[in-house]
Design a protein around this ligand. Structure first.
Ligand SMILES: NC(=O)c1ccc[n+]([C@@H]2O[C@H](COP(=O)([O-])OP(=O)(O)OC[C@H]3O[C@@H](n4cnc5c(N)ncnc54)[C@H](O)[C@@H]3O)[C@@H](O)[C@H]2O)c1
Length: 272
């Protein structure tokens, strides 16, 4: 196998086989928000498991860098510029992916306004900022799900994984737009799952705790990490790979009887 014909190298597949037995050869996956942070790691794991992986992001520079790095590792990935909050951008990108590859098997609705946000009391959140968070985090999930569905229904197969957050059950303060948007993602997960189960499409959510990504953000600092860690049963900070392994399970054949569910990945943060 080689990168030239769009397949993963043997060494790439072997790397992921050390982590998981999931084999996704010939599947086509879209990961939104994959230009940095956790999304880039989701893209890497899917690609190393054999998927033709689309890195879909509004950030062209970082997205192309992830594409280049993964292809150098022997993966089969491509960057596609997309604004998930914009209906036209979503339709254009999804249709061109479907035309080029003939299928869309997996969608990871990961793009969000997260590291770009600042925390503030809810009375200080202006309506424009509130709407922008809803547009990206909620409309984005809705629009992407709608756009891929005809392709999944036609194939009678699909795996959609939405990304929520433990800030929802925590009811974390000074973060109302974000927390509300991530609660809406759970509503989308439960309701869409009901409508597409007969078409072989599963829709599930991952609910991560605070994850160490190395991306600069004003919403998280060292004290936030300490606060979360103290409350976890497993005494280490969550890593993107902890989520990526769960993602591989949720998009594999092994999870075909699981839909509408939320998998909490939080190191046992039972006292949150
Ligand atoms: N990092 C954490 O601790 C944590 C915890 C719980 C949940 N999450 C969720 O996990 C996901 C990834 O988190 P992260 O830390 O990697 O976030 P991040 O802020 O580092 O990255 C978000 C990505 O989404 C992209 N994006 C933003 N707006 C977009 C748009 N309109 N269209 C397309 N792409 C857009 C950004 O360019 C960026 O690449 C998010 O949904 C986040 O809410 C993160």
């Amino acid at each position: 196998m080689s990168t030239k014909n769009g397949k993963n190298t043997k060494s790439g597949l072997h790397k992921v086989m050390e982590e998981t037995s999931v084999n996704l050869t010939d599947r086509v996956a879209i990961v939104t928000g994959a230009a940095q942070g956790i999304g880039a790691v989701y893209a890497r794991y899917l690609a190393l498991a054999g998927c033709r992986t689309i890195i879909a992001d509004v950030n062209d520079t970082l997205g192309r860098k992830v594409e280049q790095d993964l292809n150098q590792e022997g993966c089969s990935t491509e960057f596609v510029s997309i604004d998930v909050a914009n209906d036209k951008s979503v339709c254009r990108a999804v249709n061109s992916i479907a035309e080029r590859h003939g299928r869309i098997d997996i969608l990871v609705n990961n793009a969000a306004l997260f590291s770009a946000l600042t925390k503030k009391p809810f009375e200080q959140i202006e309506i424009d900022e509130w709407r922008r968070v809803m547009q990206v985090n909620v409309d984005g999930t809705f629009l992407m799900t709608k756009a891929v569905m005809p392709h999944m229904r036609r194939a009678k197969y699909g795996r959609i994984v939405n990304i929520s957050s433990t800030t929802v059950p925590m009811g974390r303060g000074n973060y109302l737009h974000y927390v509300t948007s991530k609660a809406a993602v759970l509503g989308i997960t439960r309701s869409v799952a009901r409508e597409v189960g007969e078409d072989g499409v599963t829709v599930n959510a991952i609910m991560p705790t605070l994850i160490e990504t190395g991306v600069d953000t004003q919403v998280v600092n060292a004290a936030t990490f300490d606060y979360i860690l103290e409350r976890q049963s497993i005494k280490r900070t969550g890593q993107p790979e902890d989520l990526a392994r769960v993602l591989l399970f949720l998009v594999s054949k092994d999870s075909s009887f699981i839909t509408g569910q939320t998998i909490v990945v939080d190191g046992g943060g039972i006292h949150l």
